[in-house]
Design a protein around this ligand. Sequence first.
Ligand SMILES: [Zn+2]
Length: 182
Amino acid sequence: MHWLPLLLTVVSRVAQVLQLDRMSHMDRLLRPIGTKHSFTAYFKGLEKVEAVKEIFGEQTEEVLRNLKVKFTWLPGYMWIDSGDGSLVVSSRYLNNGDKTDIYLDLIHELVHVKQLREGKKLFDVEYDYADRPTEIEAYQHAVEEARRLKLNDEQICQYLKTEWMSYEDLKRLANALNVKCS
Ligand SMILES: [Zn+2]
């Protein structure tokens, strides 16, 4: 096996074991990640989306205007660099991922942007991923938007599934979000 795919496999295994939020703290270990870009240059029109306005209220435009995004070759989805508050997005996920998943992940991560601004600890290891209040709040916003998009519970449940959550964890998270997973 070529070294790069092997490294990526190892990195994603580590992420799974550590139950990181779509890779979260790995950013610190794996810098440099890339240059910072303006979030609004890549993700346009989100300041007009009701679900986003619900997160930031009157500060929506200002927050999005100041938000930075970094693209990375790392595997995974997207996460917040808690060091500088920027959004980190896996280029592979952005190019190949399901568009609805990406959109719902953006809503989820924007909730983390708000939490970070409030001084909250995003990756509180006192809680399991599925029970962490910051995660539940972020998923609540994403699930609400998924419902507006007319996704049914089964589809939302599929969206909630991640490599690092056991079936029991998924059921617990789904329960907290009032989503029925069969
Ligand atoms: Zn999260």
